[in-house]
Design a protein around this ligand. Structure first.
Ligand SMILES: *Cc1c(COP(=O)(O)O)cnc(C)c1O
Length: 383
């Protein structure tokens, strides 16, 4: 019997790696300050700032909120337009709508699956204030092209680096290549605290503005540092701060980051090795990193030649008890997206969204699981 028939256990698409270290760290936090801006929050912010090489990182309740915070701190709002992909999670566009600006969708590049600089340029107009590239799967969008464009047109770059922690472009960490970088620690990401995010900024002044907006428009953070003797309402703001016990969980996950990344990398590379020959002979495409790319190994995908073969593959993998999954429904085709997107077609976005399958990728997959996935994927086109 082949692998497709002998599968005994389910192979989950994703499973967070939580153990004794996380339990201990959270228990410790529960005895201290529970609200935000506590000792764990500050410790994780400085660890991330050091790892990313930026002056300031602010932990937030989510990546969605980190993007809202970035837009607010940059003064982007009603009357402004922000160019972003349609091939992304809803948060990228929601953050723009929440601050009262208008998302304008641009197409992606067929190789990186990130914003195409050429199509982005076509979408930039007199009202455009920012571009939000998504580093899909942890492979950077073409940041040379996008940065040159942004400089020339005087627009800001806010990176949606929800997939990007530990990834790089020309050796520079994803999330540090534009004006602001937004990370996610949702359960499905490489490291997690359940729900959480971070905003990384290169300009300390922007960090100060964001710190006030994050704390309900008050200077409470400066008060905690002893810089002012009482705190008060100094600007319009909201509540985007992460509670300290969740920061403690993140602290423990950061201890594990290297181990997690090493394991994800070896699975990713084994998938490439095990599937490249098959993909080339069957007309499938696998992620193709350019020399500039340092992947974060967040997603491993297979692009089938058409939608029906993709759907067949997901069903076949399911019957082998392997959870594989399609990804984004293009936002411009969604019920809410249609309400404001006036775009002509986004052909690469539509084609990729219809043909993509994500394979299980997480550190708790065994070597045997990985071989089972490879065999089963090969079966999806030879059967
Ligand atoms: C997960 C994700 C988000 C949202 O992250 P949250 O922390 O859940 O708000 C945003 N953008 C992309 C590309 C994502 O994958």
């Amino acid at each position: 019997m082949g692998f497709c028939e002998t599968a005994l256990t389910d192979i989950p698409f994703h499973r967070p790696w939580i153990g004794a270290v996380e339990q201990q760290r959270v228990s410790q936090a529960l005895l201290g300050r529970l609200s935000g801006d506590g000792p764990f929050c500050r410790r994780v912010e400085s660890r991330l700032a050091e790892q990313l090489g930026v002056p300031r990182v602010l932990l937030t309740t989510s990546c969605t909120h980190a993007m809202e915070l970035a837009l607010l701190a940059l003064g982007i709002g009603p009357g402004d337009e922000v160019v972003c992909p349609s091939f992304t999670f809803v948060s990228t566009a929601n953050a723009v709508l929440r601050v009262g600006a208008r998302p304008v969708f641009a197409d992606i590049d067929a190789l990186t699956l990130g914003l195409s600089p050429e199509d982005t340029e076509r979408r930039i107009g007199p009202r455009t204030r920012a571009v939000i590239p998504v580093h899909y799967a942890g492979l950077a969008a073409d940041m040379d092209g996008l940065s040159a464009l942004a400089r020339g047109k005087r627009v800001r770059i806010i990176e949606d680096a929800a997939h990007g922690l530990a990834g790089s472009w020309r050796g520079r960490p994803l999330g540090t290549l534009g004006d602001a970088g937004c990370f996610s620690f949702h359960e499905t990401k490489n490291i997690t605290c359940g729900e959480g995010g971070a905003l990384a900024v290169r300009d300390p002044e922007l960090g100060k503005k964001a710190e006030i907006i994050r704390e309900k428009g008050t200077n409470r953070s400066a008060f905690f540092r002893g810089e002012v003797d009482k705190y008060t309402w100094v600007a319009e703001g909201s509540s985007y701060i992460l509670a300290d016990p969740l920061a403690a969980l993140l602290d423990a996950q950061l201890d594990r980051l290297e181990e997690i990344q090493t394991r994800r990398r070896s699975i990713y590379e084994r998938y490439l090795e095990g599937l490249s020959g098959w993909a080339a002979s069957q007309g499938m495409h696998l992620p193709r990193a350019r020399p500039e790319h340092g992947p974060s190994f967040h997603i491993f995908y297979v692009l089938y030649p058409d939608e029906s073969r993709r759907d067949h593959a997901i069903a076949a993998l399911k019957s082998s008890r392997i959870q594989a999954s399609f990804h984004y429904v293009p936002l411009h085709l969604s019920p809410h997206g249609r309400a404001f997107a006036t775009n002509a077609a986004l052909p690469v976005t539509e084609s990729v969204a219809a043909r993509l399958v994500r394979l299980p990728l997480h550190p708790q997959l065994s070597d045997a699981d990985v071989e089972r996935v490879i065999e089963a994927v090969r079966c999806t086109s030879s059967s």
